[in-house]
Design a binder for this molecule. Sequence first.
Ligand code: GTP
Ligand code: MG
Length: 343
Amino acid sequence: TATETKNLRTPIVCVMGHVDHGKTSLLDKIRGTAVVNKEAGAITQHIGATEVPLSTIRSLCGNLMSGTVVIPGLLFIDTPGHHAFTTLRSRGGALADLAVLVVDITEGFQPQTIEAIKILKQFKTPFVVAANKIDRIQGWTPTKNGPFILSYNKQPDYVKTAIETRTYELVGKLSDLGFSSDRYDRVRDFTRNVGIVPISAKTGEGIPDLLMVLIGLAQRFLEENLRMTVTGPGVGTVLEVKEERGLGFTIDTILYDGVIKVGDTVVIGGKDKPIVTKIRALLKPAPNREIRVEERFDRVPKLTAAAGVKILAPGLENAVAGSPLRVAKEDSVEAIIKDVEGE
Ligand code: GTP
Ligand code: MG
């Protein structure tokens, strides 16, 4: 029914990988934004979140997309690749239903690539590898925004060989870490083999293919996940505590399960003790906007997981990034305070 479709949980896709391998650029290409240009030294320093609706994915995939898709879209989480941000990477990894591991195909596996794989392994998160920057392979002639195979077939043999050689280097590294993998067009069962999609975040090539593999994984995830529809009290993680002009202290939060409403009582991890407060406003960035840098928000009365949301409530000056947020009913506040203290 329509209500069921409306409450289908949006899968959370975490984008991980070594510094400068192109995570934010990939998301920029998908969203049609230029977040990279707003980052100091093009280094991501916080976790970000962007809701990408199915309509955007459909228009990027073009002819590649066939069959019915039930998911409402994907919530992409951007993570920093710089070595200093291990905590943020594992926080992102813990939230993820699925992941995209971005590897610069010209550099191959680097320390934070391996660190990311270990996090994905720990949480048993299904993932796809985006072998990025194929436009930097010598001799590559781009076909903008096209499917990978279409571009690949137009390349001279030495370029094809370079792509194949580098892809097999990735297959070898993944094998060392316990994963069997292959180029995505040679993979039949993405639950057994990791697909490697050669892409360019600069030219957009391969992005349709990458999104198709992701949608396939997401549909599978929803089929296997018992909590396909969301109804329970909201559960989330605080990404950042920010003082906003005219609003006071706010928290950027990822709601990863359940429902949250204006007026709900919430328990949030605080500096000395959990904060118990009432939600005054829920501020949602527009689709395809990065919550980390966005300045315009829509006030909404209610939100269903998964979503990135800026929350306004009294007492948030003592909230702590990385701590849990839980919606509490009248009779459950005490128990939830104990839970939050324990987390
Ligand atoms: P951190 O968030 O700091 O870990 O980096 P990141 O993985 O988000 O990388 P980012 O998107 O900031 O890209 C790093 C640099 O690589 C930028 O200068 C991008 O323009 C460039 N870049 C990213 N993708 C591509 C690509 O496909 N081709 C080319 N030629 N350059 C790219
Ligand atoms: Mg980045």
